[in-house]
Design a protein around this ligand. Structure first.
Ligand code: AMP
Ligand code: MN
Ligand code: MN
Ligand code: MN
Length: 281
């Protein structure tokens, strides 16, 4: 009934903000966070659709961060999407995305795949341009059978189209989220290849910077992943979040409304969100 991680056409999802809210509603979701990558532009439309359908919309964002040369995603929940510093920060990330996209296109060009910048831009409905847009172009032009397959052969480390990129710092991301009244959660923690020591160092640094949440349940987690991060949440006294990371039909890890429950040992991130608790009980 609660899903705190999803994407619309404002970033790399397939559904418009209102289409996404309608979809969530049809799957029985009562509380939805729209968390587009590095952009909060879709929240207004999503909120008015949610209002019509009687669904509670949590204003969110998923910020791309570089920590010790690793890309990490931090979800901000209950952010004020009008906050100037947040908006300015996100805008600077989007500019960096465009520069990276030009380099990605150049890299694909060198193996004979022409026109990928224009091709990817066709799929980008708004200001963010990312690997998913390139992936859709590569499927369209017959270089892979689906988006998933693209991420095996292209756009990932050691493959054509991959460009190492420096996103914003963890410190910036957390200061923007906290400065706009939000709470931060580490997105899909099982997806990072940090190694044991760096994972611990990362968790400690996140906590020291005031980070409070972690996605224990994620569309891209296995049951074992969820148990591991439930234990970590307990140990670090993090609040547990849950989200499908839904991107639209055919390109998502999980359908909305199909996630397992947060383990009993965890404290849900919405524990003190009265309006949300009233809807869920
Ligand atoms: P970017 O932020 O532009 O580097 O793109 C990251 C996005 O690519 C993620 O948010 C996913 O939407 C998508 N992505 C990354 N890896 C995969 C994968 N293995 N399968 C499907 N989508 C992926
Ligand atoms: Mn994405
Ligand atoms: Mn992510
Ligand atoms: Mn996401």
């Amino acid at each position: 009934m609660i899903d705190l991680h999803s994407h619309s056409t404002i970033s790399d999802g397939l559904l418009t903000p209102s289409g996404l809210v309608q979809h969530a509603h049809s799957k029985g979701i009562k509380v939805l966070a729209l968390t587009d990558h590095d952009d909060v532009e879709g929240l207004k439309e999503a909120a008015s659709e949610a209002n019509l359908l009687g669904l509670h919309l949590v204003h969110g964002v998923e910020i791309s961060v570089t920590w010790k040369r690793n890309t990490i995603h931090i979800v901000g929940l209950n952010v004020d999407s009008q906050n100037k510093i947040l908006l300015q920060g996100l805008s600077s990330i989007r500019e960096g995305r465009f520069e990276r996209a030009k380099q990605m296109a150049h890299s694909l060009d060198q193996i004979g795949i022409k026109g990928s910048l224009e091709g990817a831009l066709k799929y980008a409905k708004s200001g963010i341009l990312g690997r998913t847009h390139f992936a859709r172009f590569l499927v369209e032009t017959g270089h892979a059978k689906d988006v998933k397959t693209v991420f095996k052969n292209y756009l990932v480390k050691g493959r054509p189209g991959f460009i190492e990129h420096t996103w914003t710092s963890l410190e910036n991301a957390l200061s923007w989220i906290h400065g706009s009244g939000g709470i931060a959660a580490i997105a899909h923690p099982a997806r990072y290849d940090l190694g044991k020591n760096n994972l611990l160092a990362f968790l400690n640094e996140f906590k020291e910077l005031g980070g409070q949440g972690i996605e224990v349940i994620s569309g891209s987690h296995t049951t074992e992943d969820s148990l591991k991060f439930a234990r970590i949440a307990e140990e670090f006294e993090f609040l547990a979040s849950t989200g499908s990371d839904y991107h639209g039909p055919g390109i998502s890890y999980r359908e909305m409304g199909s996630l397992p429950k947060i383990p009993e040992t965890c404290i849900p991130i919405w524990k003190s969100w009265n309006e949300v608790n009233a809807l869920l009980n």
